[in-house]
Structures are given as structure tokens and as C-alpha cells.
Design a protein around this ligand. Structure first.
Ligand code: PLP
Ligand code: COI
Length: 339
């Protein structure tokens, strides 16, 4: 793997050696199998292709200074995949099977775990879809669970460099009683018009508002949103956003750093009151926001005017990443060493 430029890896797909696959049939899960192929054979009438019966996860494995590989909060991803499966009527993947598959996938592809200090990590992508054939709209009776891994750099270019976001008022990513709380592919399809429009206008991502009233902040493309004011970390409460494991962890870290926390509705106008804002998620880690533009209301909210991330953002970032790479004590018991 001498050819990979670890320090400049994009957030993209790089082929690794092995992936894990497992099939659900006749009401039960089979044994995980190792594959060297990047392709799947899929029934032309699979519900995953036609009716969006598909959910995925994203988590990371990190190389520590001590040469140990650690995975961040895999049990939370396992629970969320169960919730997503139930949300769109798929067979849930038991947490134990999830654990076995992700650790095997990481172990078999150890040489792709980016070195300590590179800023990159091994992204683990579990995927579950309806593989049974149906033509009527109903849940499949067969499912496939796959785990592949790929080494990645930061999702937003430049790592902790501030990015700009565009508020998008003419696209809803998810509805309050819809599937926004699940990590299902359809939500990402629904977000693409806004993401492409934001990128074409030169922004890092789109910022979605609540679909019902267009009054409150929902989330930033594939990451949760937070704002900071008066030593308080504030993050949206909404019925249509994904429960981010990173965000949940930051709330705990903030508490341990003496920063107050609030999870509540965040009105768009409050953007003018924050001293710092950011996006957080597995891929985004913590990405500070430099500017939020609301083109339809002719408004611009600016942060990081000196081009640097804010103080509390950096405190949270350093502690989160310090724990993940095994450089700081794992005081919350979040990390699992890959044996
Ligand atoms: N929101 C959306 C829509 C996402 O796709 C993600 C990524 O997983 C997140 C938020 C962040 O969640 P997490 O911190 O669990 O990765
Ligand atoms: C993640 O943060 O893991 C994500 O899923 C983001 C994304 C690339 C969809």
C-alpha cells in the first residue's frame, strides 16, 4: 500500500481486499462470508432496487500511536441499523452479527488502516437491503447485509478548515413523520437536488430547514448542526433528522469540558446570535462553518472571520479526535480495540 498518499486521501472509495456478506432467508440470518469481489449479483425485482428498502451505516477505525486499531462506538451504529431496518420493514441485523462482520472486515483489511498522524481513517460501511423479489409494494422476505471498508480523508476539504453552507428552502430532505430519523438511502436521494445546487453555487453543503414550517434548522447535508453562544453548545431537536452518534458524543464531551448543552428547536434567526457553528458526523468529524447564506431571505451569517475555527469548536474537536486515535484516555468507554 506504499502507493496510497495517506495525508491527502479524499473521502471516496478505494478498493480494499475483502468484504463481508451475509444473507437472510426463511426467517433467519446465515453465516457471514468473506468475499474478494466488489460486485453483487442482485435479483432484477429486489425491493432494494425498486422500493428503496435499503439502509446503511458509517463508522470509523483509527490507528493509534500504540499500533492498536480502535473502533468508535460500533454498538451505537448497530442499534441505529436495527432502528433503520425496523423503520422501513426490513429484517434487522442482530448487534452480534453486526459486530462480527465489521471486526472481520477491519481485520482482513488491516493494511488499509491509515497510519497514526495522517489525519485519515478506515471508513466502515455496513449496508442492508431487500434482496428478495417482489413486484407489489411490500417488504421483501430476503435481505442481504454487506460490510466493506475504505480508507478516507476528511469529508469536507481541508479538515478543520471552515466551510460555507447554503440554506435550502426549496427542497425538503425528509418530513417530520417520514424517514429522516432513519439512515436510509431514500433520504440521501431526496437531498441531492439541494446538495448539487449548493455545490454549484460554491458552498460545501446545503443546510436543511424543518419541512413543516421552514422556521427551524434541521441538519447540514450528511451531518448534524450545532451552534455555540454564551458557553453553550446548542443542537437542533427535530423529528426529521438523523440521531448523530458524533453529536451525542459531543454533548457528553461538552459537559466534561464545562460547556453547557441544549438540544432544542433552533430558529433560523438564531444564526445571528451564535459565535461559532459547525457540522458534526462520522464523515464530517467536526467541520466548522465559516458562513451560512440564506439566498431567498438575502441574509449572510458569518463566523470564523479570521478564517480559523472557534475556540470551543477546537476544544471539542481535539478531545473527540484525541479519544478516537487513542491519544487521550477513553473516559467514556467509547473505543473498542480490534483484536
Ligand atoms: N446526519 C446525516 C443525514 C448523516 O448522514 C450523518 C452521518 O452518518 C449524520 C447526521 C451524522 O451521524 P453520525 O455522527 O452518527 O455519523
Ligand atoms: C457518515 O458520516 O458516516 C455518513 O454517512 C455521511 C455520508 C457520506 C452519507
Amino acid at each position: 500500500m506504499g502507493t496510497l498518499d495517506w495525508k491527502n486521501l479524499p473521502f471516496g472509495y478505494i478498493k480494499t481486499d475483502f468484504n463481508i456478506r451475509c444473507h437472510y432467508k426463511d426467517g433467519k440470518w446465515g453465516k457471514p462470508e468473506v468475499s474478494q469481489s466488489e460486485y453483487i449479483d442482485i435479483h432484477i425485482a429486489a425491493t432494494g432496487l425498486h422500493y428503496g428498502q435499503e439502509a446503511f451505516e458509517g463508522l470509523k477505525a483509527y490507528m493509534g500511536k500504540d499500533g492498536k486499531i480502535r473502533v468508535f462506538r460500533w454498538d451505537e451504529n448497530a442499534s441505529r441499523l436495527i432502528s433503520s431496518a425496523n423503520g422501513i420493514k426490513m429484517a434487522p441485523v442482530p448487534a452480534e452479527l453486526f459486530r462480527e462482520a465489521i471486526f472481520q472486515a477491519i481485520n482482513l483489511n488491516k493494511k488499509f488502516v491509515p497510519p497514526f498522524g495522517s489525519g485519515a481513517s478506515l471508513y466502515v460501511r455496513p449496508l442492508l437491503y431487500g434482496s428478495g423479489a417482489e413486484v407489489g409494494v411490500k417488504p421483501a422476505s430476503e435481505y442481504t447485509f454487506i460490510v466493506f471498508v475504505t480508507p478516507v480523508g476528511p469529508y469536507f476539504k481541508g479538515g478543520v478548515k471552515p466551510v460555507n453552507m447554503m440554506i435550502c428552502r426549496d427542497v425538503d430532505r425528509a418530513a417530520p413523520l417520514g424517514t429522516g430519523i432513519y439512515k436510509v438511502g431514500g433520504n440521501y436521494a431526496a437531498s441531492l437536488r439541494a446538495l448539487v445546487a449548493a455545490k454549484e453555487s460554491g458552498y460545501g453543503s446545503a443546510l436543511f430547514l424543518d419541512a413543516r414550517e421552514k422556521k427551524y434548522i434541521d441538519e447540514c447535508g450528511p451531518a448534524n448542526f450545532y451552534g455555540i453562544k454564551n458557553n453553550t453548545y446548542i443542537t437542533p431537536k427535530s423529528e426529521s433528522i438523523l440521531g448523530s452518534i458524533t453529536n451525542k458524543s459531543l454533548i457528553q464531551l461538552a459537559g466534561s469540558l464545562g460547556i453547557k448543552t441544549e438540544r432544542r428547536q433552533v430558529p433560523v434567526e438564531e444564526l445571528a446570535e451564535f459565535s461559532e457553528t459547525g457540522a458534526c458526523g462520522t464523515a464530517a468529524v467536526i467541520t466548522p462553518i465559516g458562513k451560512i447564506v440564506d439566498p431567498e431571505k438575502n441574509k449572510i451569517y458569518e463566523y470564523c472571520k479570521d478564517g480559523k475555527p472557534g475556540e470551543l469548536t477546537m476544544k471539542l474537536y481535539n478531545k473527540l479526535v484525541g479519544i478516537q486515535i487513542g491519544d487521550m484516555p477513553d473516559e467514556f468507554g467509547w473505543m473498542t480495540v480490534v483484536e
